[in-house]
Design a protein around this ligand. Structure first.
Ligand code: PMV
Length: 367
């Protein structure tokens, strides 16, 4: 079987029955990071399948830690309680119940257990940082760890991570990329034979050393909730008049970026990264109905980044998620210069002077 064919059948065959939960009891704890896309995933079809390939850096500090206590139960159905920062959170708990029901054919043992889940994020409350990638990847890593403890076999670490990526994708598309260290690619592409729409793949062995220690300083321009969710944004791509051109651009940028990641050509890296960020927001502006997630201060910060780069020669660039906050990407060697630049020229644009000093990280960790 090719690695990029749909592994669903294989996972169904591996499913551990409810009997595996007999007398089970334990706790697993995983910390998993968020990621920042350089080539953006925007538009999907079918069961969380992307309309174009995307490529991201795995972050380090911006992470979710999730502890899952599990114990045998005899009643039917999914049973769990969920706490965020020590407080019960029914809305998120219901989301997890829905996810567990969706994946039940692959994990029948879930019905034989009751769960008590505690989760918290390392980044500040309401900082405007999307937590779905980190939270869903942490949950799935914990789930697969439980499966392993109950006798589910994986012949190697790579299979474990591929399966984690597959199920993280079902919970939140971009979460598929968070299970790998440093950099990851999700989606079919001519640039990488192993690329798959079903799971992301590890790029850490394919990137130039300069990117392994790349920095990401996240400027919190606004911490409020977004006016349009990413779920609604993806759906609006179905009628976007520029969709076809966008998917072609994303394919071309993925191929170009794969070369740049190997060569370490920072000038090209900057060109691709900023173009992708602005394309994402341009797509929002020409959706029907249109919407704008950037704010005046996002544009002020972009202008400042571009003039700083021109004047100083520091290879600093920006990207944006589906929101107003800027991610400043730069090599580790430029840290002091960029820190001074943030303090002197950007911090007044940040809500409550908030920014997060992050960098490329090593991926999920069992703790
Ligand atoms: O994973 P979702 O459905 O929240 O979509 C994420 C979309 C972007 O963050 C805008 C881009 C990306 O590739 O992460």
């Amino acid at each position: 079987m090719q690695s990029n064919s749909n592994p669903e059948k294989k996972y169904l065959e591996q499913a551990l029955s409810v009997e595996a939960a007999k007398e089970a009891k334990g706790v697993v704890r995983w910390k998993s990071p968020s990621n920042i896309a350089i080539v953006k995933y925007w538009g999907k079809h079918g069961n969380q399948l992307p309309n174009n390939p995307s490529l991201s850096f795995t972050l380090d500090k911006a992470a979710t830690t999730t502890s899952v206590n599990f114990e045998e139960k005899t009643s039917d159905g999914i049973k769990l309680e969920f706490r965020f920062d020590g407080k019960s959170n029914a809305a998120f708990g219901d989301k997890i119940v829905g996810f567990f029901k969706q994946i039940l054919p692959f994990f029948p043992f879930l019905e034989g257990l009751q769960f008590s889940i505690d989760s918290s994020n390392s980044f500040p409350h309401s900082s405007g940082i999307a937590s779905s990638a980190s939270s869903m990847s942490a949950l799935v890593m914990a789930l697969l760890d439980i499966e392993k403890q109950l006798g589910g076999g994986y012949s190697n670490e790579q299979q474990f991570l591929q399966k984690a990526s597959f199920f993280a994708r079902l919970a939140s598309g971009s979460a598929a990329r968070s299970v790998f260290p440093q950099a990851s690619l999700w989606g079919n592409t001519t640039a990488l034979a192993e690329g798959s729409d079903y799971f992301a793949v590890d790029l850490s062995q394919k990137i130039h050393p300069v990117f392994k220690t790349y920095r990401d300083s996240i400027l919190i321009i606004s911490a409020g909730t977004k006016a349009v969710s990413s779920r609604a944004g993806h759906a609006l791509m179905n009628n976007n008049p520029y969709a076809k051109a966008r998917y072609a651009e994303a394919h071309a940028n993925t191929s170009a970026l794969m070369e740049v990641l190997q060569s370490g050509d920072l000038e090209q890296f900057i060109a691709i990264t900023e173009s992708e960020a602005l394309q994402l927001h341009a797509l929002m502006m020409c959706s029907q109905p249109s919407f704008i997630l950037m704010q005046p201060k996002s544009l002020e910060a972009i202008a400042a980044v571009r003039s700083f780069r021109k004047e100083s020669g520091v290879p600093l660039c920006f990207t944006l998620d589906a929101g107003p906050n800027l991610h400043l990407l730069y090599p580790d060697s430029a840290t002091n210069q960029v820190r001074t630049f943030i303090n002197e020229q950007l911090i007044h644009l940040c809500q409550d002077h908030q920014w997060i000093d992050d960098k490329v990280g090593a991926g999920p960790e069992k703790i």
